[in-house]
Design a protein around this ligand. Structure first.
Ligand code: SF4
Ligand code: SF4
Length: 135
């Protein structure tokens, strides 16, 4: 009797629809509430560097007066957004699941413009994919 119950349970589970998907061949939709990439409004950015100083993971570095991100360490916590006095740095929603690159250096990226496009098509690694190597 002790064996039958778990056996029945296993048989029942065998014919249920799996709750997992075969990632990366299949992907689930990411909730529209998720904000998973930074943007920067260069017109309003004051070059103060507060966002970079407040980041707990040291993700943001000031380059030519603008924050850039090292996505190896970002936890997408949003503290940099709260710290920015002008609201220049924001995060937007994408359906991109993985920010993955062959080389770690390729995860060091310029921030997107507020409409999600890249500022500088000639930036390093912009040839990596159709979104300019950002995602
Ligand atoms: S979201 Fe958090 S971890 Fe990522 S850059 Fe901003 S403060 Fe740093
Ligand atoms: S994004 Fe905001 S906090 Fe960061 S440098 Fe620009 S104005 Fe300062």
């Amino acid at each position: 009797m002790g064996l039958i119950k778990p056996l029945l349970y296993t048989l029942r589970e065998l014919f249920k629809r799996p709750i997992t998907v075969k990632y990366p061949y299949e992907k689930r939709d990411i909730s529209p509430r998720v904000r998973n990439i930074h943007t920067l409004d260069r017109d309003t950015c004051q070059h103060c560097g507060i966002c970079a100083r407040m980041c707990p993971n040291n993700v943001l570095k000031m380059v030519d007066g603008y924050p850039t991100a090292d996505y190896r360490y970002c936890s997408f916590c949003g503290i940099c957004l709260d710290a920015c006095p002008t609201g220049s740095i924001q995060m937007i929603h994408t359906q991109e699941h993985n920010i993955v690159r062959a080389y770690q250096k390729d995860l060091y990226m310029e921030l997107l413009s507020p409409d999600g496009t890249i500022y500088n098509p000639d930036a390093p690694h912009s040839e990596d994919n159709e979104t300019g190597g950002v995602l």
